[in-house]
Design a protein around this ligand. Structure first.
Ligand code: ATP
Length: 300
């Protein structure tokens, strides 16, 4: 079931076209990633989905309703990039305050425990670490028991451990049955968490697929290395459509290619009764795919 449908969304700020003709659909229960470099239009897109900005053109439905439909308030939890709370508000006060906004709030004590904040209930927001602030903002996005959580750049500024902890949290949110829309400019994050993702660059969706599908579609190369049990001629593998290059150096062989390279090479070798010892496959990452798709990296 489709829970969010965005069709031909365009949003301008003065002369800047922040989002240009973006279409995407988010399915129930998935972690859907919106990936792209700074300024690509990710935040603007999710702000329109959350009903916080009005599109110039295009159509958005969330659970079949218009983004500003008041009935969505309890069903869509939003954690935005720069959500700041008052410095002096304690974790407990923030949780209690926010739960009062919703007709059927989650049990905030349970949520605090689930997010590892139960020791911090009396701590003021201003005294929390970056990771704790992020956990609180996830808790506040979930406090209304939403069906959809929109999380924008959650792990920016976190150290690697805190980032990994946040990834576990996001997975546990999905495991509660909440559909997650995750905005990120980190490849590793998208690769690890997202079921599907839209790659946005300069306001437009340039690809929409699973992380694995994107890597395959970008036709990035893979490399196989092994030591064959018997010598063979390069031509044996070069005639396979998947193989681009065969390099032999002493007892070692390196094969570069695309598609289902490992299967093609290993089955051909097997037919000739050659065993590939110490076989290693080096696969392209989503990072490589992104560069292929956009012509530049995410940090630009
Ligand atoms: N309120 C605004 N007024 C004017 N221009 C804006 C405004 N918000 C965003 N922009 C511009 O619109 C474009 C898209 O911005 P947006 O914040 O949606 O991108 P983003 O992909 O979320 O980037 P980041 O990862 O840096 O947050 C950028 O060129 C940005 O400068």
């Amino acid at each position: 079931m489709t829970v969010i449908e965005v069709s031909n969304l365009t949003k301008r700020y003065g002369d800047t076209v922040a989002v240009r003709d973006v279409s995407l659909a988010v399915e129930d229960g998935e972690i859907f990633g919106i990936l792209g470099p700074n300024g690509a239009g990710k935040t603007t897109t999710v702000e329109c989905v959350a009903g916080l900005r009005t599109p110039d053109s295009g159509k958005i439905t969330v659970l079949g309703r218009a983004p500003r439909d008041p009935s969505l308030r309890a069903e869509v939890g939003v954690q935005l990039q720069e959500s700041q709370l008052q410095e002096k508000l304690t974790v407990r006060e923030a949780l209690e305050l926010y739960s009062a906004f919703y007709p059927q709030p989650a049990d905030w004590r349970q949520l605090a425990a689930d997010l590892g904040l139960d020791e911090k209930l009396r701590t003021a927001y201003g005294k929390l670490s970056g990771g704790q602030k992020q956990r609180l903002s996830i808790a506040l996005a979930l406090i209304g028991n939403p069906r959809i959580a929109i999380l924008d750049e959650l792990t920016t500024g976190l150290d690697p451990q805190a980032r990994r902890d946040t990834w576990d949290l996001i997975e546990s949110v999905r495991d509660r049955g909440v559909t997650v829309v995750l905005v990120t400019h980190f490849m590793a994050e998208a690769e690890r968490l997202c079921d599907r993702l839209a790659v946005i660059d300069k306001g437009s969706v340039i690809a929409l697929d699973t992380p694995g599908g994107l890597v395959a579609r970008a036709e990035t190369t893979q490399t196989i290395r092994f030591r064959p049990s018997a010598p063979f001629d390069d031509a044996l593998l070069m005639r396979l459509p998947e193989v681009r290059e065969v390099r032999q150096a002493g007892s070692r062989v390196e094969v570069v290619g695309t598609g289902n390279l490992l299967h093609a090479v290993s089955s051909t070798l097997a037919v000739h009764q050659i065993v590939a010892n110490d076989l290693r496959l080096e696969q392209a990452s989503l990072d490589d795919a992104f560069v292929r798709l956009t012509g530049h990296g995410t940090e630009e």
